[in-house]
Each structure stands twice: as C-alpha cells, then as structure tokens.
Write a protein that binds this ligand. Structure first.
Ligand code: MN
Length: 322
C-alpha cells in the first residue's frame, strides 16, 4: 500500500499481519452542499494531514495506531442523488462490520452519515447516536430531498435516539419539531444541547446519560468555532473549542461502547492546513479514547454484532432501513 494514502502514514509493517480494529473509509461526496461546496476534498486533506501527526498520544501515554488502522480506497461518488450515496455507504459499512472492524468514515457532506447509522443499527439494534454539530439538521426535507445533509439528524431520529451537542443554528420548523419531541418527556427521542449550555458548563455526565449503552458518533466539524475550524461549508459563530470537544467525546466514549464514527464536512481551504490537521488529529484522538475504553471493557462481556441469520431476522423484524 502507498504510504501517502493511508491514515496516519503508517509504515508498511504496521499494515500487515494483525487484524486491524479500524477501517477508515474516505467518502469524497458533496452533491447536496447548500452554501460552499468542496467537501469532496475533505477525506484526502484529512489523510494527507494525518501523515504528519505524531503517532504518540501524550494524554493517553500510548500509540493508538497499534490497535490497527486500515485505510480503504475512496468510495466512488454517484450523481444519482444522496439516497444512492447513502445506500453505498450503508453497504460499505455492512462490509466493514462483517470483516469484524470498526467503521471510521471521513466526509464528505453530512448526508452520508445515514448510511453508516442504518448499517450499524442492523448489527446493534439498541444503538443511539451522539451528534456534534452547529446545526440541528432536523428539517424534514430540504431542496426537495429528504436525504439532504440538512435532514440527516431528522432521518436518524426516526431510527434511534439521538443526542445532539453544540447546536446554534436551526429554522422555525426544526425548533417546533424539537419542542414537540421534548414535550413527550421520557419518551422523547432527541436531546438537543445548545452551544450556550456547554459554555455555561453543563455536565458531560448529564449529556452522556441520555445515550444508550452502544453508540455511534457523528462529528460535523462546524461544531467547532470558525476561529479554529474555518474550513467547513456552513461555518457558524459561537462554536466550541478543541478541549470542549475532547471533553464530551472522552466522557461519552469512556462510559459507552462506540461501534463506529464519522468526521464530516471538512471543506479544505487551499494554503490553510490547520483545519485539515485538526480534523485528522480529532479522528486519531477518538481512536485513542475508543482503544482505552474497549481495552478496559474486555474484562466485561461485550455485546457482539449480530451476524448472518440473526442480523437478517433483526432487519426483517424491524422492517426499517429498506
Ligand atoms: Mn453542520
């Protein structure tokens, strides 16, 4: 494998032999971008930047790549529309799970997350989603498509519980939808933590308590403040910092079992590498936290992904995702 292409720029011997824990899938797709497009360049920029990272994590005191990271070829985009792209991501995620690896998807625009969530739910039916973003993404349809990036959290909320963190931009339809969901009390499927609640010091434990035992994490990079993350398609002021993100991620990953994650919406700015590097480092940090959490939990009995017949039965029983 060409070293310039793999996440982390790992030496050849690190890619051979042992069964890798992570499969990095680059998805260079941005067909439904509504403001600035260029997210198709995100995965390459993240992987390029990752080859310049230190592989030692001083906070964790180890080299997270030793758990094994393989990098898959770029997923080919389709012009058939976001639904077709969601389907491709779902199929690729299923394949990664069958191979016994954890999917790590690099976007690309946020619409692709739905495919990852659909596949993970087939294997982990009780999973919930931790969603870091500036935008609620709760529109029912946008620009004539229910699979637009602006609708992704709404589609996810129809499949499983979702906890969104860092939100500071939504339309009136979304605000009313969230209010209606919150009025269901304990039966509410969505928990929205606004950016100002984080700045006021909401406890991460309280946020994490709304998640089920198994989680997938989706990070839209516009969660961060544009002063440190300007390379997104729809930057919003009033965002969070690096340590805010690490705080919520480390708390959630330590207390829950992560079964897959993505980092999406990097829209590289030529000549400005800091955001690319930050995105790469975030992916690697998350791998480090997940290693720490999984390695601690190995003494307990982890729930295994459903396979073969039981997966198909779960899928047929739920009657969803198809
Ligand atoms: Mn967003």
């Amino acid at each position: 494998m060409d070293n310039s292409f793999n996440f982390g720029g790992l030496p050849k011997q690190a890619l051979e032999g042992a069964h890798p824990r992570y499969s990095v899938l680059p998805v260079p797709y941005d067909l439904t971008a509504s403001y600035i497009s260029g997210m198709r360049g995100g995965p390459r920029a993240i992987i390029d930047a990752s080859t310049h990272m230190e592989l030692y994590d001083h906070e964790l005191g180890c080299e997270p790549y030793l758990a094994g990271i393989e990098t898959l070829p770029y997923m080919e985009s389709t012009a058939l529309g976001p639904w077709e792209m969601v389907k491709r991501v779902r199929e690729a995620t299923e394949w990664i799970l069958e191979a016994g690896r954890m999917p790590v998807i690099l976007g690309g625009e946020h619409s692709i997350t739905l495919g990852m969530v659909q596949a993970l739910l087939e294997a982990y039916p009780k999973m919930s989603v931790l969603h870091l973003d500036a935008h609620a993404d709760m529109r029912d349809t946008y620009q004539d498509s229910p699979y637009n990036h602006a609708c992704v959290a709404r589609r996810i909320s129809e499949l499983c519980p979702i906890v969104q963190v860092g939100i500071r931009s939504l339309c009136v339809e979304e605000a009313e939808f969230l209010k209606a969901d919150a009025s269901k009390g304990r039966k509410a499927n969505i928990k929205t933590v606004y950016a100002e609640e984080i700045l006021r010091g909401i406890s991460w434990d309280k946020v994490v308590s709304s998640l089920t035992d198994e989680i997938c994490i989706t990070v839209d990079l516009d969660f961060f403040d544009p002063s440190i993350m300007s390379a997104t398609g729809t930057p919003e002021p009033g965002g969070l910092g690096w340590h805010d993100a690490l705080g919520v991620l480390r708390a959630a990953i330590a207390k829950r079992r992560v079964v897959g994650f993505d980092v999406v919406e990097l829209c590289p700015i030529p000549g400005l590498v800091a955001p690319d590097f930050m995105a790469a480092k975030l992916v690697y940090k998350m791998m480090g936290y997940i290693n720490e959490s999984l390695d601690k939990k190995t003494s307990k009995r982890p729930s295994k992904p459903l396979k073969g017949a039981s997966r198909r039965a779960a899928r047929a029983g739920k009657g969803r995702n198809r």
